[in-house]
Design a protein around this ligand. Structure first.
Ligand SMILES: C[S@@+](CC[C@H](N)C(=O)[O-])C[C@H]1O[C@@H](n2cnc3c(N)ncnc32)[C@H](O)[C@@H]1O
Length: 468
């Protein structure tokens, strides 16, 4: 950025709206200004932190007027923790902006004819809606400005969430409003136990320390999975921690641990040890059971996942004689959810363990018309695969945030299935992919679904129909 711009203060900037990725926007001398931590309707002084020829970014340093849509954030960690950035905006407005994000992405990126975007399906629960949280242990707790200024010595070990954009700073979480049940108790009790037993918290810079990461997963059926990742392999200390959790929380139905001596926290390639209980938890939907293993993806808002799957099923409008491909199937949740209405469902997914669960899920539910395959979509979905399987009448695709690989999009064009139901957690990449499919497909329905209240994230389902 030009030196002239850095630290420049713009006074009395009116925040006009929320743009993509939840950034609040105002205008100054013809340029867009993105500001953190404000709401549409606020009037603020902004210190510029970054400036480019077409836009600037800055932080609010003084409020002149507050938006009428502001509400008091409910969490003590709001503003520090990166988790729920929209707590200060009322939920109705959150939903309006989420829907608008979908409209904007399809107008600006897809640039294809679209029908009126349907009203967003809001989440009945706007707190405690997540079934999975991932906490990090650190010997480098984030200190507030007041703590630093006080000059006092503070406990530096922490168990909580990363400060946005800082890989080595963790905000110690006392209460998180995202996950209910035993989540807060397990985290706080484990932290206290570790501190009172002088167990080491992970030092990410030097890659040492016993306690590294804590994952808590819960289900609507009351089951819970707790996974502790250890950054060291001292078996006595590991036993101490795991026995503590087992005795203190007998209600945990799947108590697991992983020894991770690698540089990163991913564990798809590591052994998961079942310390007590089962190696999985089970979710239930319309009487169907879904087995979820430690390495498997499951939609993080279970109630809204049900709404999302109902929309997907409605858009697919199956009559019972269709072959359905469920791409990026995860543990086969959508595949199994629609299987009773289809002749055959074929699911493809990258993670092998998820495919094992997907097959088990079909077996557990007595579904015999599903097939599942593990592998990278762009390699799996090729001419040979198509030759060996029935051609699809309906394709359901639910890729990760990055969207579909171009080879996969090209294969969809080649397959020319009568219908594609495209589920996405990132309308920007979805709009990009829809643009690539637009030669052969028209966009017939667009249904945003809110899976993540208090954040800017929005899930979106699009029905694409083959042009005649
Ligand atoms: C958004 S999730 C959808 C899961 C599933 N449809 C559901 O609702 O539970 C995306 C899935 O795509 C898988 N995935 C990511 N990249 C992939 C790739 N290149 N090939 C195949 N699967 C992939 C992930 O492992 C994940 O399970």
């Amino acid at each position: 950025m030009s030196r002239k711009m850095k630290n420049k203060v713009i006074t009395n900037l009116t925040i006009e709206r929320i743009a993509t990725e939840g950034k609040c926007v105002g205008h100054h001398e013809g340029k867009v200004v993105f500001v953190q931590g404000v709401a549409p309707g606020d009037v603020v002084d902004v210190r510029i932190t970054r400036g480019k020829s077409s836009f600037m970014e800055g932080e609010a340093i003084r409020f002149h007027e507050y938006s009428k849509d502001r509400i008091a954030p409910f969490c003590a960690h709001f503003g520090t923790c990166g988790g729920c950035k929209w707590q200060h905006i009322n939920y109705d407005l959150q939903k309006t902006y989420k829907r608008q994000q979908v409209v904007d992405q399809f107008t600006r990126i897809a640039k294809v004819d679209i029908p009126e975007v349907l009203p967003i399906l809001g989440s009945a629960q706007t707190q405690y809606y997540r079934n999975k949280l991932d906490f990090t242990f650190s010997n480098n707790r984030w200190l507030t400005r007041e703590e630093i200024d006080s000059g006092a010595d503070f406990e530096r070990n922490a168990l909580g969430f990363h400060i946005p954009k800082m890989f080595d700073k963790i905000v110690d979480i006392e209460h998180c409003y995202l996950q209910g049940d035993i989540s807060n108790d397990v985290r706080n009790e484990l932290r206290d136990f570790a501190l009172s037993n002088s167990l080491t918290f992970y030092d990410i810079r030097n890659q040492v320390g016993l306690l590294r990461n804590l994952i808590i997963r819960t289900t609507s059926t009351g089951e819970s999975m707790v996974i502790v990742q250890f950054g060291g392999d001292n078996q006595d200390e590991i036993e101490l921690v795991m026995n503590f959790l087992h005795e203190k929380f007998p209600q945990i139905t799947s108590l697991l641990y992983i020894i991770n001596l690698k540089k990163n926290e991913t564990f798809h390639d590591l052994e998961v040890v079942t310390f007590a209980g089962k190696a999985y938890i089970e979710e239930e939907m319309e009487g169907l059971k879904f087995r979820i293993g430690p390495k498997s993806f499951y939609q993080t808002n279970s109630d809204q996942a049900y709404e999302l799957y109902k929309v997907t099923r409605e858009f697919a409008a199956l009559q019972g004689d269709e072959v359905v491909y469920d791409l990026y199937t995860g543990t086969g949740t959508i595949a199994n959810f629609v299987a009773k209405q289809a002749k055959q469902v074929i699911g493809i997914e990258y993670v092998e363990a998820a495919i094992v669960d997907a097959k088990l899920n079909s077996a557990v539910n007595g579904l015999e018309n599903t097939l599942f395959y593990a592998g990278d979509m762009k390699d799996m979905l090729n001419d040979e695969f198509i030759a060996q399987h029935a051609r699809p009448d309906v394709i359901i695709t639910d890729p990760p945030r990055a969207g579909m690989h171009e080879d996969v999009v090209n294969m969809l064009l080649k397959l020319a299935a009568p219908k594609i139901v495209y589920v996405s957690c990132n309308p920007a990449t979805q709009a990009r992919d829809v643009a690539l499919l637009a030669d052969k497909y028209s966009v017939d329905k667009i249904q945003p679904v809110d899976m993540f209240p208090q954040t800017y994230h929005v899930e979106n389902v699009v029905l694409l129909t083959l042009k005649s």
